[in-house]
Design a protein around this ligand. Structure first.
Ligand SMILES: NC(=O)c1ccc[n+]([C@@H]2O[C@H](COP(=O)([O-])OP(=O)(O)OC[C@H]3O[C@@H](n4cnc5c(N)ncnc54)[C@H](OP(=O)(O)O)[C@@H]3O)[C@@H](O)[C@H]2O)c1
Length: 179
């Protein structure tokens, strides 16, 4: 059976997610939230997979990549793009999901998360296997040049945290689920 996946993203009040190829904010508590969500497994013998575009891979500082404790999957159309041997290369989102659902990976992988960037989110939110969106909504405008798509009525808000970071950069953790 084809695995389902969740999206995890942080977006500003205009749905902005990045500027000049990187995150335009520094929110350590959101990084911690990202780590907690993407590392959590129901079955301790398995790990989660994180699927990202090649540009998002490049935006992660070398000392932090691959993201530890998770199977890193990088989408690229290039066969030659250099990646560490522990990183799984896929030529499309469907190829990645097919592979993660195969006999070889199915018993090793618990949850699958799509972690960006803009081009991959746009494909993921339209994908029938997309179940939840973990959104950190940042209540400021960062003049971004990369954006998350509109979350339409197919997705319902099922959880909202209190407001964190009162002051210059307030933010909330939201969870949407596809109905
Ligand atoms: N706020 C957040 O939560 C968050 C999270 C992640 C990223 N970001 C931001 O998002 C921005 C990057 O987004 P982006 O849209 O420019 O780049 P991206 O989605 O990270 O990467 C785009 C690249 O991924 C590959 N790709 C995408 N879809 C593919 C497919 N279906 N099949 C094969 N390859 C595919 C292509 O690589 P090739 O060109 O190699 O073929 C494409 O050029 C950055 O600013 C980053 O900081 C924000």
């Amino acid at each position: 059976m084809l695995k389902t996946f969740d999206i995890i993203v942080a977006a500003d009040q205009n749905n902005g997610i990045g500027k000049n190829g990187v995150l335009p904010w520094d929110l350590p508590e959101d990084m911690k939230h990202f780590k907690t969500i993407t590392l959590a497994v129901a079955d301790a013998t398995r790990k989660n997979a994180v699927i990202m575009g090649r540009k998002t891979w490049e935006s992660i500082p070398e000392r932090f990549r691959p993201l530890s404790g998770r199977l890193n999957v990088v989408l690229t159309t290039s066969r030659d793009y250099p990646l560490p041997s522990s990183v799984f290369r896929a030529y499309s989102l469907d190829v990645a999901l097919d592979e993660l659902s195969s006999e070889q990976y199915d018993c090793l992988i618990d949850h699958v998360f799509v972690i960006g960037g803009a081009s991959v989110y746009a494909q993921a939110i339209e994908h029938p296997q997309c179940r939840k969106i973990f959104l950190t909504r940042i209540g400021s405008d960062f003049g971004c040049d990369a954006f998350f798509p509109l979350i339409d009525q197919r997705f319902h808000l099922i959880d909202r945290s209190s407001t964190h970071g009162q002051g210059a950069v307030p933010y909330q953790f939201l969870v949407y689920e596809r109905q």
